[in-house]
Design a protein around this ligand. Sequence first.
Ligand code: PMP
Length: 455
Amino acid sequence: TTHGFGTARLRSGRELEDLDGRHLIHPHQSGAQSDRFVMVSGEGSLVRDANGVEYLDASGGGNWLAQVGHGRPELAAALTEQAGRLAYFSCFFNFSNDKAVLLAERLAGLAPAGLDRVFFTCGGSEGVESAIKLARLYHHHRGEPDRTWIISRDLAYHGATYGSGTATGFPLMHRGIGPSLPHVARVSPPYPYRAAQMYGDADPTGFLLRELEETIQRIGPGRVAAMIGEPVMGGGGVLVPPPDYWPRVRDLLTSHGILLIADEVVTAFGRTGAWFDSPGRGMDPDIIVTAKGLTSGYAPLGAVLMRADIAAAVAGDGAYFFHGHTYSGHPLSCAAALANLDVLEGEDLVERARTIGGWLREDLASADGLERVGDVRIEGATAGVELVADRATRTPVMAGAVTAALRDRHQVIVRDYGPTIVLSPPLVIGREQVRRTVRALLDVVSRLDENGAVG
Ligand code: PMP
């Protein structure tokens, strides 16, 4: 197989891999990558690399998306049509374009009640960055300019730009890049499987609420702008909070006049079996950040949804909002999102995510018998399988070798986050494909030793 485009010389798969190693820096690259996988095509839940090897994509394009599946002609047609009509015009000042307007209306209709104002970004990090600025600016315009602090949580993933990266609770993301964004504090995440180790004998929600209250008091309640959190933590390893966590956090924040930002970059648009995940958890956020599933990855796009009074405070009469990006409301991205939402609705894919969750629950039930499986967490079409050296001590085992073995021996693509294997397949994945994924996963995990090597 050879690959090329336009006037470029055709290249073999091996040549592409070699060129990749020579010229491409990969996001979150850790050391020189010894092997590379250059993807060239896909259909439904299958993708093919440049050597013609076919993989079952149980990861959602490697990044928790691809809701409607790869290679959808409807999405390609929407993009082609829009590119031929108007690929770009600015949304700055009083300009906009028809697709951005129509998408904003559509999102206002899908979002939790009251969150009907939309600011478009190119992805999740920009969305979180915007939400942080919006929260600070909201308080500034309302006469509380000292409310600048943002509270986030350890093990949270909010992005890789400066503000979103600071809010992210992985120390490696802060190392070696100089000062982070000031006025960001972090508290503990809800982690029921590790509750005893993290919170001792205390009731987990009680512990977390006390810690949050203490953090707010230490900073000064009148100096906190917002708390940000994923309803279910994705990159932390599909961490599902106790049911009373978000309602109690919301009440505490409200009592101190602090905004709540829901980072739904992973969860929105069906991933956990709902259009938006936060309402079902009693989170009641003031601002919601979305991306990923909004276009299923067919074009880069994020949307920040907010209440009308927040929008009015920053972008109403007498206010200012000096923030924005060239590609905010990009017509191609918005056209892709509209076509994506048509497919999600037309094929009931949000409901289907719950069906997939049922299949995962059925197939993963036998994981219980495996010594290395500590915990299995399933929320809609997402599963986290946390691996341990020893079930009694719950000592974590890093899951990297499992991901590699699944890819190389079974041609199944998953992601690993520390000790947790994450499944996040397209919402069009078939029953038999789920079975194949889980069978392969259980085979590899049954060969995993307590040091994380696969025999
Ligand atoms: N928030 C969450 C919850 C995420 O999972 C991610 C990306 N994985 C981001 C924000 C950042 O989004 P992006 O990579 O599109 O900037």
